[in-house]
Design a protein around this ligand. Structure first.
Ligand code: SF4
Length: 931
């Protein structure tokens, strides 16, 4: 949309349009992409500007004092805006404030956030700063109204140009899909469509989507394992990674690492002999090469697939983008490796076609569909990792369009989709690959599912193996909340809407009257049951809430309360009431489950009538029937017949949604590990930098039921005595002396950061303490131009890491996710502060239930669990053989408590100094040879 447009932005004292006040207005007039006039005015709100607002905008109380009131500014603003269309980034926020004064009530509003969500489908973030950077606009002073609005106006113009660049057919489809939904962005897409010449060939779009996805894979044959297996020659394998071996020829400055050779030898022998081994390989071993080389040689020699499973996407990316290309170059063997993700990562073309045909029913669905259509023009992979989905709505819509829950009949889809389906292609690639890279979540959910994603395999490497217990726990867990249950039932719809409506429409168009009648009977039973369930679902979740609201319950005022459902809870009156509520609902659940099953079977018998979207409807009804059956059974176990090997808990959030959810997770994962891993695979290599506690593998073996699994420790090639100073402040107050302790933590970080010029990573165990520390140290470190990066502004982990590394003087504060996987080699990171020993939260239901299984849970469970995390945290500092740095532990319990020695003994042999907190900075300066 071109012509005259007004862009507007407000700064306000808060987010509440009813009670907060405007403190600055910025507006620009734009004519065909050029800013031709500007309006800027500070406004006196009549009370002090809150410090948090000053922190964000730079606007102080002094600056606004004595400025005109909003009422005085309004006439000039109204004149400036007139009746032109008005642009803004999240314009509805500004419009809500101005509507109080009867401004912008009749103007057409255009939201650049809304447009960007569709037109920049791969933008990493959608705030104004990130988007302007994404399209190459320089934003000098973010968060001042006039600067922001100039940027917004220019951003709009870039987005308009992108809209104009879309193919005619895509624009036409978006505009048609938006009909009647009242989407604010629709006029922009319509204007772009009207500007474009109608193409000569304007035949209807092929909604099957075959043309949207990349071409089908070359028809490569699946691997067929050799009947007789060839052993690897261990010395030949070692020769490849030894001095002057093949790897040394392609990696500049290649260093032989004895630890790597020891590990590669053990991995090779395990492949040759079969069986399982756990290998702890310290930081710097190069463990991925140590298992990849034997795995590739084994797989290619025997035509066997080897599955490599990691916990994090970072490690997957390292394997596929760094290690495997080097090995392709170094090894004189052609091998194929591929990444296979969980089903929900792949867009299902049939589901996409179905939504395109029926058209979206809500603005949210429309926006996500439009985004996907634009994205597929740029990236025809259909891989979730390449689109930037924002918020729960886009994620839910994606979920519905993904291959998740699909009973994919791959060969059937291949003929319909000509082999272009992303999931089909990934699955095909995996069948012919020697190495399949997956994550633990997929590995385990695949093991637990009848509808397998992974092709057959017998050899498995589990990297980041210390996460296996958590990964099994979450793969075999159950979660349900009221909104999800209601949404799943609403998705069923009735005779005219939702899935049931689609089933009837399809049947009525092609099936005989008698069959349609039968279906109608089923549909009517289902929609009657879902209507009657409405009220009972509300009562059930209120009853869950009442169980939690018991005044005896600890942490009842916490933002999030997790209440483990123990026998004592089950004995309460509130629980008896919950059981009554469930008995009422269960009757309908049973009827509904049976009716869905009946409908699924009736539909499955109608294959010969060639119904439109037949396979899709059969799959969707089968999935819905499965969901209802499973949910019915899980609720019944939770409330009436608990499984002794499961942990049950209720989670309540005291936010504005006040949501209650219920959860179940396995108490012991050992039987699962035995069933699906140890007793099911020929060869398993489980590795990590941290598997041992107290100098042995007993704890992890016990947790994973892996008593019979061999173990090996190869150590680390780094010389920690030379590189690492471990400084223990001896006079820091104990953590339970809260105020004095917190004050000491803040002082310690400030002094250390001031001495080193930033370059400090502090690891916290609690978000609340991190936030409190960030608030205290940020203004003081700002005096020395040291920036503080912390999670309290909602930035992603990667954004914080990037900011920390690219800022000359910076401190990074992180909670749980920063204790591992952070890899910052060199001088950017010189000091690591472990703020507290990372004990699990005792009230965590899974931890608490598992603790109950030990006679001495603190000693045998809590301490080893914390030691593993402590070792991971310690490992963040030294990332290369030339790194040098300081680790300090601001938790006196490592010296004041008997168990503290176990933590210190678990660390590599480094240079240790004990001293006062005041001595930390000097010790760090000496250690790092700073003047
Ligand atoms: S194979 Fe599965 S994901 Fe692919 S189009 Fe068919 S149903 Fe969808």
């Amino acid at each position: 949309m071109r012509g005259e447009l007004i862009a507007i932005d407000l700064e306000t004292t808060g987010l509440d349009s009813a009670n907060d006040r405007i403190i600055e207005i910025g507006a620009v007039r734009m004519q065909d992409g050029k800013i031709i006039d500007e309006f800027e005015q500070l406004i006196d709100p009549g009370f002090p500007v809150p410090p948090a607002v000053t922190h964000i905008t730079g606007i102080t109380t002094d600056q606004v004092a004595g400025q005109p009131s909003i009422e005085q500014v309004l006439p000039a603003l109204k004149k400036f805006v007139g009746d032109a269309p008005v642009i803004g980034h999240s314009i509805n926020f500004d419009a809500a404030f101005l509507a109080r004064y009867n401004v912008l009530t009749a103007n057409m509003l255009i939201d650049t956030y809304d447009l960007a969500a569709v037109l920049l489908p791969r933008a990493p973030r959608y705030n104004l700063n990130s988007l302007t950077a994404e399209v190459g606009i320089d934003l000098e002073h973010a968060h001042r109204a006039l600067d922001d609005i100039r940027a917004t106006a220019l951003l709009y113009w870039k987005l308009w140009e992108r809209a104009l660049g879309l193919p005619y057919a895509t624009l036409q489809e978006i505009v048609n899909a938006a009909q009647g939904l009242g989407w604010q962005a629709e006029p922009v897409f319509r204007a772009a469509l009207e500007e474009k010449p109608i193409p000569q060939d304007n035949s209807p779009v092929d909604l099957s989507g075959k043309d949207l996805f990349g071409p089908p894979p070359k028809d490569e044959k699946p691997l067929r394992p050799n009947d007789d297996l060839d052993s690897l020659d261990t010395e030949s394998v070692i020769g490849l990674i030894d001095e002057n071996g093949a790897l040394s020829q392609v990696i500049p400055g290649y260093d032989k690492r004895p630890q790597q050779i020891t590990m590669a030898r053990a991995v090779t022998e395990t492949f040759n002999q079969g069986g399982h081994i756990m290998i702890e390989a310290g930081t710097g071993t190069g463990k991925s090469i140590a298992y990849l080389v034997p795995a590739i040689l084994w797989a290619t020699a025997n035509n066997q697939r080897v599955v490599i499973s990691t916990n994090t996407i970072n490690l997957q990316e390292q394997l596929i983008n760094k290690d495997l290309p080097v090995l392709h170059q170094a090894l004189d063997i052609p091998f194929k490796a591929t990444v296979l993700k969980g089903r929900s990562n792949y867009l299902c073309p049939r589901r996409l076609a179905a939504i395109r045909r029926r058209r979206p029913t809500s603005i949210d669905e429309l926006r996500t569909l439009a985004k996907i259509l634009v994205w597929l023009l740029e990236s025809p992979t259909g891989d979730r990792g390449e689109i930037s989905l924002r918020g729960p709505i886009e994620n839910i819509t994606w979920q519905r369009l993904s291959a998740e829950d699909e009973g994919c009949q791959l060969d059937r889809c291949r003929s319909v989709m000509s082999g272009t389906c992303p999931f089909y292609k990934a699955r095909k690639a995996a069948e012919s690959a020697h190495l399949i890279i997956v994550n633990h979540a997929l590995l385990l959910s695949d093991a637990a599912s009848d509808n397998r994603v992974l092709p057959e395999y017998t050899c498995l490497v589990l990297d980041e193996g210390h996460h296996l217990e958590d990964a099994v726990t979450s793969s075999f867990s159950f979660r349900l909340d009221e909104a999800t249950l209601r949404r799943r039932l609403a998705d069923l719809g009735g005779s005219k809407s939702g899935l049931l409506g689609e089933v009837l429409r399809s049947a009525e168009s092609a099936a005989p009257e008698k069959e349609v009648k039968r279906l109608k009977k089923g549909v009517s039973a289902i929609s009657d049951a879902t209507k009657l369930m409405e009220h009972h679902i509300g009562s059930l979740f209120t009853a869950f809430q009442n169980v939690v609201d018991n005044p005896d319950q600890p942490n009842a005022t916490d933002y999030n309360t997790q209440t483990r459902v123990t026998q004592a809870i089950r004995d309460r009156d509130a629980f008896a009431h919950l059981q009554e509520r469930w008995n009422n609902l269960k009757e309908f659940f049973d009827v509904l489950s049976q009716a869905m099953q009946y409908l699924t079977e009736a539909l499955a018998r109608m294959e010969q009538y060639d119904l439109p979207d037949y396979s899709d409807l059969v799959n969707s009804t089968a999935t819905a029937a499965r969901y209802l059956k499973e949910t019915n059974s899980q609720l019944n176990s939770f409330i009436i017949e608990p499984d002794p090997n499961m942990i049950y808990w209720i989670n309540t959030s005291r936010d504005r949604f006040n949501a209650t959810s219920i959860h179940a997770a396995p108490l012991h994962i050992g039987p699962v590990a035995e069933n699906y891993l140890w007793n099911n695979k020929e060869t398993i290599i489980l590795t990590s930098a941290t598997l041992q506690t107290r100098g042995n593998f007993n704890y992890i073996r016990e947790r994973l039921s892996a008593d019979h699994v061999a173990t090996l420790e190869v150590g680390s090639p780094f010389n920690y005595r030379e590189s690492t100073l471990l400084y223990i402040p001896t006079d820091i107050p104990e953590p339970n002396d809260r105020n004095r302790y917190q004050h000491a933590v803040e002082r310690g970080i400030i002094e250390l950061a001031a001495t080193l010029g930033g370059r400090v990573l502090a690891l916290f165990t609690s978000y609340a303490q991190l936030r409190q520390t960030a608030q205290a140290i940020t203004p003081r470190l700002a005096l020395g131009n040291i920036a503080v990066y912390d999670q309290s502004d909602g930035s992603s982990r990667q954004a914080l890491l990037d900011g920390f590394v690219s800022t000359e003087k910076a401190v990074l504060l992180g909670t749980r996710s920063f204790w591992e996987g952070v890899d910052i080699p060199g001088e950017n990171l010189s000091a690591l502060v472990i703020v507290r020993l990372p004990f699990a939260v005792p009230s965590d239901p899974v931890f608490a239930a598992r603790s109950d299984t030990y006679p001495n849970s603190f000693n045998d469970y809590a301490i080893p669990d914390a030691i593993l995390r402590f070792r991971q945290g310690f490992g963040r500092l030294i990332r290369s053989s030339t790194d040098r740095g300081v680790v300090t532990v601001f938790d006196r319990r490592v010296i004041s408590k008997g168990y503290g020695a176990h933590f210190l003994e678990a660390l590599p042999d480094c240079h240790v100094e004990n001293g006062p907190l005041d001595g930390l900075s000097a010790a760090a300066r000496n250690w790092l040879n700073l003047t």
